[in-house]
Design a protein around this ligand. Structure first.
Ligand SMILES: NC(=O)c1ccc[n+]([C@@H]2O[C@H](COP(=O)([O-])OP(=O)(O)OC[C@H]3O[C@@H](n4cnc5c(N)ncnc54)[C@H](O)[C@@H]3O)[C@@H](O)[C@H]2O)c1
Length: 336
């Protein structure tokens, strides 16, 4: 019996996963299978959801037996702040979980005699800056992560590259093209339709969500000078889909920086105030989280993505507000 051809999304119940499912289903994909620890609220846009862990070998084996997989979007992970509080668990999920998915991709590639595309969302946490480093940071610079999450992400990028180039190098089964591994190092992502949990760049989306509930001030856990790169979720989803569509021969690399704007906390607060004049931010600095963001670049160089797959952000800080955040918040206010 022929197996159903599918796209597999792990971590599908997260912020990126929900937005990616929307995008892919609007583009006509009706063969999405999802795997997440949590059940999906809305299963109308997918073929099947599996509630379980990427660490559960039985689940991975069943997926391997039941389906023919063309593409894996491997989004499941423990994010940066949560990982610092539970580094051994983080290593299990972020590294061993990713290895399970890479192994699944190679098994599928071998069985179907066709490469499996694999998307891996990396992060600016792979960088570790010491003082006096000049931004923007290129992909090959400052790869000295200071957090377990950043270490996990950097190692998984390297595993993806290793297995796509060298798998079975020393055996007669050698076939370097079974895994088509592609990765983006995301900056902080701002989604207006979903809420972040467990990331260290969460202060910017949290500010926005709390401004929209007019009665609340926002207590920020990093200082007002803090500046990290960000982009809005629709641009991030566009970038994933664009990278996955590019012909492999155009890609000179497997890992790419992208970002759109790098506001300080103070600048973002002032920008919010032009729409919500009474919105106030207070500061209660969390030293650990401040230390984490201080080690990350405030700007990343995106030239590689521009040259190889013509990537540019559609939204800067101004039109992110005028065309994405504010229209959504206003429509929510009208409907509530
Ligand atoms: N959101 C960002 O700003 C950002 C920035 C850089 C990189 N990333 C990366 O993008 C990916 C998705 O991020 P997100 O913001 O959607 O995260 P999220 O925390 O919103 O979603 C992660 C999902 O993974 C699931 N998950 C966790 N452990 C699992 C396991 N063992 N088995 C199965 N599912 C599991 C969770 O239930 C959750 O639904 C992650 O790999 C993250 O590291 C995100």
């Amino acid at each position: 019996m022929s197996r159903k051809k599918i796209i597999l999304i792990t971590g599908a119940n997260g912020e990126i996963g929900k937005n990616l499912i929307d995008y892919l289903s609007k583009s006509g994909s009706n063969n999405i299978v999802t795997l997440d620890l949590q059940p999906l609220e809305d299963t109308s846009k997918i073929y099947k959801h599996i509630t379980g862990s990427i660490l559960d070998q039985q689940i991975i084996d069943d997926v391997n037996a039941d389906y023919e997989i063309s593409t894996i979007y491997h989004l499941a992970a423990m994010l940066s702040t949560k990982s610092e509080y539970a580094p051994f668990n983080a290593n299990q999920v972020n590294v061993n979980g990713t290895l399970n998915l890479i192994d699944l991709a190679i098994k599928q590639g071998t069985m179907n005699n066709s490469p499996v595309q694999f998307f891996f969302p990396s992060s600016i946490a792979v960088y570790g800056l010491d003082k006096n480093i000049v931004n923007p940071i290129k992909e090959s610079e400052c790869l000295n992560p200071k957090t377990i999450y950043g270490m996990n992400k950097l190692y998984c990028e390297q595993l993806g590259i290793y297995f796509s180039k060298n798998y079975h190098r020393l055996t007669k089964d050698y076939s370097p093209d079974l895994l088509d591994f592609r990765s983006i190092r995301f900056p902080g992502l701002i989604s207006i339709t979903t809420h972040p949990t467990g990331g260290t760049s969460d202060y910017i989306p949290e500010m926005l969500h709390s401004a929209s509930k007019s009665e609340e001030d926002y207590e920020c856990f990093v200082n007002k000078e803090t500046r990290l790169p960000f982009m809005i979720m629709p641009d991030a989803i566009d970038a994933i889909c664009k990278l996955m569509k590019v012909q492999k021969s155009y890609l000179k690399h497997q890992v790419y920086n992208i970002s759109a704007f790098s506001p300080s906390v103070e600048l973002f607060h002032n920008k919010i105030k032009t729409y919500f004049p009474d919105f106030n931010v207070t500061y209660n600095i969390n030293e650990e989280r401040q230390k984490m963001v201080n080690g990350w670049p405030s700007e990343v160089c995106c030239e590689r993505a521009l040259y190889d797959w013509d990537w540019k952000a559609k939204y800067n800080l101004d039109n992110a507000f005028s065309e994405y955040f504010i229209p959504y918040l206003k429509s929510k206010a009208v409907n509530s």
